[in-house]
Design a binder for this molecule. Structure first.
Ligand code: NDP
Ligand code: OXD
Length: 314
């Protein structure tokens, strides 16, 4: 049994090293220079694989995405007709929840205003509502969204989630489907997007959507946090919304083009907090353990977990 790594943009050696540390005898190959005999490869572990890299593997059983999102995998041309398993792992989920809580609190506690006051040596606290007076809405209420939502709920925020199907999470209001999006937005002051990128979510974070957000909250104009995918946002609309006061501030981890081009106005916009797509990194050790567990289950005849629905695109 051989595993083939097809990794772009990440350090492939770190991934092979982490897997070898867990299972020293394992047969690991890497694309493109050390594929070996293609018919021996049963599993592919991929991140942003170039088109065609997973073809001609006659005995391939499963493709493991090394991240939670599979948009780049699915966009990379026709894939062999085997199951695709994506990451759902405590380590990654915790990282994302840390990010969401950090940035909700950053805006809620007005840290950017306080930073400016510190620079000017001003001893003055801005008005501070309690968390229970603030309504957070999470677009994309799946594994990551629900975990972050629970943590925000436990801090006292009024939390709602939007997904395709109805969810039942204690203390969190569920909105489902396109028909309930407007009601979800109308009650939301801090909007967090953890949506996967699919044809249905491409460009969804646009001016028309921002205009629907609640403007009667204690924080003033609404706030956007996007750690889902960059192509879900229309960056020109974010800049316009910030400049026109339709949005008060934005935290962005993901971008239409990554790395974010140097000429993007987002880099220096005073109302933007920006991070380089590292809200929730895939940790090679943790994710290799996850993949190995799935392979052992599969080899023992148990069903794979977290299989991607290719028709839905996530
Ligand atoms: P899940 O598949 O568990 O959750 C996705 C959620 O989005 C589900 O609730 C789903 O609804 C909802 N959804 C999808 N399409 C629509 C739609 N058209 N309308 C309404 N709701 C929709 O994924 P995860 O939570 O594990 O991950 C979410 C995304 O986070 C990833 O796809 C990836 O893009 C991003 N990510 C970003 C990282 C970063 O570092 N910035 C790191 C990891 C992930 P339903 O539940 O009904 O199916
Ligand atoms: C992921 C990511 O999808 O890191 O896991 O973006």
């Amino acid at each position: 049994m051989a595993l083939l790594y097809v990794i772009k943009d990440w350090d492939a050696d770190a991934w092979l090293g982490a897997m070898r540390a867990l299972n020293p005898g394992i047969d690991l190959r890497s694309w493109p220079d050390a594929v070996g005999r293609a018919e021996e490869i049963r599993y592919a572990l991929a991140w942003r694989p170039p088109a065609g890299a997973l073809h001609r593997l006659a005995n391939l059983q499963v493709i493991f995405s090394l991240g939670a999102g599979v948009d780049s995998l699915l966009a990379g041309g026709e894939l062999p007709p085997v199951p695709i398993v994506r990451v759902v792992d405590r380590n990654l989920t915790m990282r994302m929840s840390e990010y969401v809580v950090l940035h909700v609190l950053l805006h809620h506690r007005r840290q950017r205003i306080l930073d400016g006051q510190q620079q000017r040596r001003q001893w003055r606290g801005p008005q501070q509502p309690a968390a229970c007076e603030v309504r957070v809405g999470i677009l994309g209420f799946g594994h990551l969204g629900q975990d972050a939502g629970r943590r925000l709920r436990d801090l006292g925020f009024q939390v709602a989630g939007w997904s395709r199907s109805r969810k039942h999470v204690r203390g969190i209001q569920s909105f489902a489907g396109a028909g309930e999006l407007k009601a979800f937005l109308n009650r939301t002051e801090i909007l967090v997007s953890l949506l996967p990128l699919t044809p249905g979510t491409h460009g969804i974070l646009n001016l028309a959507l921002f205009r629907e957000l609640a403007r009667d909250g204690r924080l003033g104009a609404p706030i956007l946090i996007n750690a889902g995918r960059g192509k879900s946002q229309v960056e020109a609309d974010i800049v316009a919304a910030l400049d026109q006061g339709i949005l008060q501030a934005a935290t962005l981890d993901v971008f239409e083009t990554e790395p974010l081009p140097p000429e993007s106005p987002l880099w220096s916009h005073p109302k933007v907090t920006l991070t380089p797509h590292n809200a929730a990194d895939s940790d090679p050790g943790a994710i290799s353990r996850y993949v190995l567990t799935q392979i052992r289950r599969f080899e023992a005849g148990a069903p794979l977990q977290n299989v991607v629905d290719r028709n839905q695109g996530y």
